[in-house]
Design a protein around this ligand. Structure first.
Ligand SMILES: Nc1ncnc2c1ncn2[C@@H]1O[C@H](COP(=O)(O)OP(=O)(O)OP(=O)(O)O)[C@@H](O)[C@H]1O
Ligand SMILES: O=C(O)[C@H](O)[C@@H](O)[C@H](O)[C@H](O)CO
Length: 178
């Protein structure tokens, strides 16, 4: 498969990452569709206790996140050869390294990057989601940006989901690993 620019479409495992409200689900679904890969919504893999905690406005701890990351890791391992798109906040380096290890090879990350103002606006307009706006502050404080890591495509979220997805696909096709 190839993009309009003639580059080869990425066909490996991809994590769409970023803080709450950055558009992981919106972009992840489109990305999977355009790459022709299966899509997994990481939020649906949280233990019930994590969802209850977040719903009450309590931030997750590392201990809360490890079992969830390991479930995501299992799905990544399953899709490592054929390719898969999974959404996961993956806020810290240690979380991303855990996922890389689980994938067992080259794991690409699409990092959805946006200002606090835009994120606040998007989360404020969203309805029917367990994650309260009050948790955005700790999400941003916890985020360790992945810019200098291997296999990362950073995309500015101040664009339509379609445009963000196309930029991500372009970036994925040009990824190099050291
Ligand atoms: N590029 C965009 N332009 C305008 N609105 C967007 C864009 N991306 C997402 N949205 C909207 O912003 C809100 C947050 O998006 P979404 O739920 O996809 O983010 P998320 O990162 O998956 O959030 P969470 O991790 O909290 O589940 C939704 O209401 C969505 O419709
Ligand atoms: O790592 C975390 O704190 C959590 O995973 C959150 O990021 C949520 O899963 C998600 O973003 C839902 O809004």
């Amino acid at each position: 498969m190839s993009t309009e620019q003639g580059n080869t479409m990425f066909q490996g495992p991809v994590i769409v990452m970023g803080v709450s409200g950055s558009g992981k689900s919106s972009v992840g679904i489109l990305l999977a569709e355009k790459l022709g890969l299966p899509y997994v919504e990481g939020d649906e893999l949280h233990p019930k206790s994590n969802v209850e905690k977040m719903s009450k406005g309590t931030p997750l701890t590392d201990e809360d996140r490890w079992p969830w990351l390991d479930i995501i890791g299992e799905r990544l391992a399953e899709g490592a050869t054929s390719g898969i798109v999974i959404t996961c906040s993956a806020l810290k380096v240690i979380y991303r390294d855990r996922l890389r290890k689980a994938a067992g090879g080259k794991l690409a990350f699409v990092f959805l990057d946006g200002s606090k103002e835009l994120l606040t606006d998007r989360m404020g307009h969203r309805t029917g989601h367990f994650m309260p706006l009050s948790l955005l502050e700790t999400q941003l404080a916890t985020l360790e940006r992945p810019d200098k890591e291997d296999g990362v495509v950073t995309v500015d979220i101040d664009a339509t989901p379609e445009a963000i997805t196309d930029t991500a696909i372009e970036g994925l096709s040009k990824l190099t690993w050291s």
